[in-house]
Design a protein around this ligand. Structure first.
Ligand code: FAD
Length: 248
């Protein structure tokens, strides 16, 4: 069964699947010496024949030597062994979040819902938490806007989204092409994409987006992705975190 996690007000991360393990990293490195490792499998005899309640959860354990190798590769920035793997997600997020996401070019593949070919839904992001900013570019401090400003911001955004979507529908009704009618829509409009990447590029994404410097909204997605990644490649994730959250 594939898994979906809700993010922001209408978005989600849907984990489609992966072909990636810590052992793949180890063996990509060990091929340098024409050797390889195998899992230390914890075997438990649970019964005989069919109907004993088979459980195929991953009970495999990496040896200490293999764990040490992953830490070494991370620390010394031997990055290529982390490229032999694949993660695939379906993501629903506002356009401004995708705009940040799609800046990640190396080792990432994207396909996105086309507003040239189909009509977008009236789904728009409205922040729960509204911020004011102080300071100068590159060194802003963001502070809670307080209840009054939060209400004003949310109400004005909602009114503007309603107006934009009404314009969009009006233009479509006039026979204007979808690719031009969409010009009326704001960057808060939700879209969907299929995103895949390898573990190295995923860590690079996390280093920049699961970060206090990233915008809150993309970070909410990055936090979910970090959790999925850490459950599939726990040793790699731990080495990444203890290496200062830096990709090799
Ligand atoms: C907090 C924050 C603020 C940002 N603000 C802005 C902004 O104001 N304006 C803006 O335009 N962008 C901004 N960005 C986007 C940023 O500049 C990057 O485009 C984005 O983070 C992707 O990073 P990347 O290029 O390292 O990733 P990828 O594109 O995945 O590249 C991965 C790595 O490959 C190498 N690489 C890729 N392409 C090249 C190349 N052409 N030449 C040499 N090496 C290459 C680099 O080592 C790079 O780190 C911001 C990002 C963050 C996280």
């Amino acid at each position: 069964m594939s898994k979906q996690v809700k993010v922001l007000d209408h978005g989600h991360v849907h984990f489609i699947g992966s072909m990636a393990t810590d052992l793949d990293v180890v063996n990509a490195a060990r091929v340098s010496l024409n050797s390889s490792s195998t899992w230390e499998v914890e075997t438990e005899v649970i019964g005989e024949g069919a109907g004993v309640g088979l459980d195929f959860r991953n009970h495999n354990v990496l040896s200490d030597r293999d764990k040490g190798l992953i830490k070494f590769l991370m620390r010394e920035r031997h990055g290529t062994p982390f490229e032999h793997g694949y993660f695939k997600f379906r993501v629903k997020a506002p356009l401004f979040v995708f705009r940040e996401w799609h800046r990640h070019r190396v080792g990432h593949s994207y396909n996105e819902w086309s507003a040239r070919y189909s009509k977008l839904e009236p789904e728009f992001y409205v922040p729960d938490k509204v911020l004011v900013q102080a300071g100068k570019p590159g060194a802003y401090t963001f502070l809670d806007a307080g209840q009054e400003k939060t209400n004003i911001c949310r109400n004005y955004l909602l009114a503007s989204y309603r107006e934009s979507y009404a314009t969009y529908e009006f233009l479509l009704d006039q026979g204007i092409s979808k690719q031009q009618a969409r010009l009326a829509l704001p960057v808060a409009t939700y879209s969907e994409m299929i995103w895949s990447c390898n573990p190295r590029s995923l860590m690079h994404f996390l280093s920049l987006r699961d970060s206090e410097h990233a915008q809150h909204e993309i970070r909410e997605y990055a936090k979910v992705i970090a959790e999925i990644f850490s459950s599939i490649m726990p040793v790699t994730y731990e080495a990444f975190v203890s290496n200062g959250h830096k990709a090799p």
